[in-house]
Design a protein. Structure first.
Length: 505
């Protein structure tokens, strides 16, 4: 059997993955029943258990006190999400050495699906492929089970239930093995599992014997989804993880330079965007790798480690300064590269980073105060949104007393918050010559040749009314120019003219 068999899919399961991380911290617990709990308290929920704990009847979903009553020698502790996420990221990178497509499970830490197609020139058989992965992870101190099959659920169920490596020859063999898997081996909701046990349903095959409609009505959508996956009615494509590139900044000098002060200034320019990238990823710098290309020579590389992970530029620059002052360069530096190793940042670090931007708001407010003193209080204003029918009537100019950091700058540090697009509206619409329907051969040049002609026009968005004053019939469009500008314009049906209303930034 060749690895290139269509549909080949492998599932790697690191049993009780958070528990394995816990036992790495406490190697003396290896001979005892052990569990990971949500909280190290009597009412803390049991999340993961090892085989010795299962022998005593300790299962996920129990309270710590109840589990301890079943196993008096039970050892338990917490594993933080940050620790688990870092280990998963490290394992994903290792598994990418064996296939370009690896999907870590979003619901169950320690479960990975891998695409096994197209690897016949690297591995003679699925068995050799699986052996190579298991050997590599064993060297890292992890225990694992691995199933190479044809479906997501089938390979997952067998990997959860059967120790070692399992290779299936055809989909039918995989399906039969999956039907025999006990439900308590799967990561299903404890109340649902216990309810099925009371009905005498303890295997995947027994679950498949139930009517799917009745299962959905009694136990909900998740139970129905599990039934469909086990039956092969619900197919989900592999969603491989895209490896994240290390945060990196590079600068090429026009002429080689060996002055440490000037080099430090250039490194400072690179460091701020590097830290901004880390903050957007919710990470803090653990090690800064400083690389200097010596003119007509080799790279000089140094690693700088702050006392604790940080996003403070001043602290890191101080370490860079000390290292540069101790260097004796044989020639000038022609290229500088910074690369960062990082870990998860705390909310406090991210908050302080957001509240300490590179912009000096105090200096800006002092400058505005001088403008008001020289030109009067109305010299500094800002646009305030108001109710109005026309776009140009939806804002008024109000005196500005103090500048504040824009909200979208803070939101930019959080990947879950979308970046804000700003639509700048002109005080008065600007009349334009020509239009998309009266364009020259090269296209309609709204802002002149420098910005290029319109590549794409999106719309129209009809805007009409004004019976109380004068008739208004506008057709608004978003126009993308070849130069990269996104303009907001409209065609006035009454006046038969094109106008530029504003731009989107």
């Amino acid at each position: 059997m060749k690895i290139s068999t269509p549909g080949r899919l492998a599932c790697v399961d690191l049993p009780a993955f958070p528990l394995q991380l816990l036992l790495r911290r406490h190697p003396d617990w290896a001979g005892y029943p052990a569990a990971v709990v949500a909280e190290d308290k009597p009412q803390g929920l049991v999340l993961w258990v090892n085989e010795k704990a299962r022998e005593f009847g300790v299962l996920p979903g129990l309270r710590y006190a109840a589990a301890f009553s079943l196993a008096a020698t039970l050892r338990a502790g917490e594993v933080s999400p940050a620790e688990s996420e870092k280990a998963i990221a490290d394992l994903t990178r290792r598994l990418l050495c064996f296939t370009p497509e690896v999907e870590p499970s979003a619901q169950e830490p320690g479960v990975f699906w891998l695409n096994g197609s197209g690897l016949k020139h690297l591995y003679a058989s699925p068995r050799k492929w699986a052996d190579a992965m298991r050997r590599d992870l064993h060297e890292q101190g992890f225990a694992l089970n691995l199933a190479v099959g044809f479906t997501r659920f089938g390979s997952y169920a067998v990997a959860k239930a059967k120790e070692g490596i399992t290779i299936f020859r055809d989909p039918a063999e995989e399906a039969n093995a999956a039907r025999a898997v006990p439900l308590n081996r799967l990561n299903i909701e404890p109340k649902f599992r216990d309810a099925l046990f009371k009905l005498g349903i303890k295997t995947v095959g027994a679950l498949l014997a139930l009517p799917p409609g009745g299962l959905r009505e009694r136990f909900g959508k998740e139970a129905h989804r599990l039934h469909r996956m086990a039956a092969g009615d619900l197919w989900a494509p592999l969603e491989p993880s895209v490896p994240q590139e290390p945060a990196r900044q590079k600068y090429l000098l026009d002429e080689p330079d060996d002055d440490t002060t000037r080099l430090l200034f250039l490194i400072k320019q690179l460091l701020h965007p590097l830290l901004t990238t880390l903050a957007r990823r919710h990470q803090a710098l653990t090690t800064l790798w400083l690389s200097l290309l010596i003119d007509h020579g080799d790279w000089f590389k140094e690693s700088l480690r702050p006392a604790v992970p940080t996003l403070e530029a001043a602290q890191i620059l101080d370490l860079v300064r000390l290292r540069l002052e101790a260097l004796q360069l044989a020639a000038g530096v022609s290229e500088i590269e910074l690369r960062a190793d990082a870990c998860a940042a705390t909310s406090e670090q991210l908050r302080l980073f957001a509240e300490s931007p590179t912009r000096d708001l105090d200096a800006a407010n002092r400058a505005l105060a001088r403008l008001r003193a020289e030109f009067g209080g109305d010299a500094v204003v800002y646009a305030k949104l108001t109710d109005g029918h026309l776009p140009e009537a939806r804002f008024t100019w109000e005196p500005l007393t103090r500048i504040k950091l824009p909200q979208n700058v803070l939101n930019g540090l959080n990947p879950s918050v979308p970046k804000v697009l700003i639509r700048r509206v002109a005080a008065k619409p600007v009349r334009l010559a020509g239009g998309p329907y009266h364009s020259h051969e090269d296209g309609w040049l709204i802002l002149g040749p420098k910005h290029g002609n319109i590549d794409k026009l999106t719309g129209p968005y009809i805007f009409a009314g004004g019976w109380w004053n004068r008739e208004i019939q506008r057709e608004y469009y978003f126009a993308e120019t070849r130069g990269g500008d996104l303009l907001w314009l409209y065609y006035d049906r009454v006046r038969r003219r094109w106008f530029l209303q504003g731009a989107v930034e």
